[in-house]
Design a binder for this molecule. Sequence first.
Ligand code: UDX
Ligand code: ADP
Length: 507
Amino acid sequence: MEQQLRNLTEAMFEIKKICCIGAGYVGGPTCSVIAHMCPKIHITVVDVNQARIEAWNSNTLPIYEPGLKEVVELCRGKNLFFSTDIDKAIQESDLIFISVNTPTKAYGMGKGRAADLKHIESCARRIVAVSNGYKIVTEKSTVPVRAAESIRRIFQSNIKPDLNLQVLSNPEFLAEGTAVNDLKNPDRVLIGGDDTPEGQEAIQALCAVYEHWVPKNKIITTNTWSSELSKLVSNAFLAQRISSINSISALCEATGADIEDVACAVGMDHRIGSKFLKASVGFGGSCFQKDVLNLVYLCEALNLPEVAQYWQQVIDMNDYQRRRFASRIIDCLFNTATDKKIALLGFAFKKDTGDTRESSSIYISKYLLDEGANLHIFDPKVRKEQIICDLSHPSIFQDASGQASRLVTICNDAYEACDGAHAIVICTEWDEFKLLDYEVIHKNMLKPAFIFDGRRVLDELHPKLQKLGFQVETIGKKITVQRIPFTPTAEVPKFSLQEPPLKKVKL
Ligand code: UDX
Ligand code: ADP
């Protein structure tokens, strides 16, 4: 391998074996699709979490993603393997993807804003400790700008005579729920590397992997920093569009305008485009908040306070939208939710995933729990234990018992959740919520029966629902009854739920 590297001009380095460290939402689907599209490449996905690896090797994959199970079943045991033997997979590989989690720091300097790179660092140290020969090490996880530089420094400080590690940035742009399609038909593949002959050679070797199925004009190459920054900025722009439309949804609710009409009219301008203009209870997921906060932190660190403040507003607007929706529910329920049964439909941060990271449902639940509501929650794909775990986080449920389960019931279906409820709150846009028998549901609810549609999933059913006797309140549409404004006192905590905070946040 060393020899191949030295004679760069003679033969291009060919990637035959890939090791992916991190078998999560990014590593698992990405490597499954690469294995499917490149049958001659041998791929091993490794993780420290044995239960996760066992699940990848079973009939029940650890994550729900439409179409993923089929791809895994086609390739697993042929050219796709899941293992906890990390060192062996590193040693045998030509290319290593680092796909470990990079949550927002929950402690120390940059707490609540900077990304925590401890997992990346631990991978870098392990790679350099156990490797020999030539390897391309590629950061796939979303990382702050200059993370590749940190990886390089760890490599350079621990270099051995027979070792040559090239570092690339190849951020992943898949969205959960559509990951398989996004990976098979990407808008672009971005690869960043060193502007040296060796760096360019490594870039070309990785390009060759993607060229198995991605048209060449969609594979773009840049320097490492541009690649890292482009990923952060892509997510920041997407999040910004949602905060922009959500800010206008508040205006629509205060006037006679309808946010869906406004979004349609605005989006028909091809310079603006129609995607990502869906008003909602606020964006969730593991990336948007983390990446915007990361951008804010970067700008502050580079002494660009005005730029930092500009992007901070994207997060503030998202927090406001969640708070505003919760306060609207409480207003409508005659200003009190205490001891009222509320059916919360949808807990995942979007449809077609079981992922709850930073889901707006968590924050809406928090506000309702603070008011003493009894929540009856149903989500088609989120596990009961996950919901209880999210809501028992000290920043969410502040009761002395620390057990959210006292006020929270997890239901097996939507009918059970709605039975005897005062109100239905829709937080995730699952298609099946459009197909429920609302006549039966209405019959079994307390009257007046409310529906709060935080996702505009029931728009087409509004006339029918109103005829049945429901009071329907929907994001971005004028409020239907006179109400006394209610303002929640609690502030949304500014740190991620992915890791426990060091101390209880006083709200
Ligand atoms: C995002 C990026 O889209 C993806 O490119 C990147 O690789 C990872 O982060 P993801 O978080 O999986 O993907 O899902 P996405 O579809 O972007 O949705 C994020 C959140 O925004 C969800 O809560 C979703 O419901 C919300 N959203 C999205 C809206 O509220 N309105 C919209 O118009 C679009
Ligand atoms: P993402 O959404 O970025 O894929 P996940 O949390 O779903 O994040 O997955 C990241 C995975 O990385 C987890 O399964 C975690 O156990 C794994 N991981 C974290 N650190 C290491 C490490 N040092 N070595 C191997 N696996 C790791």
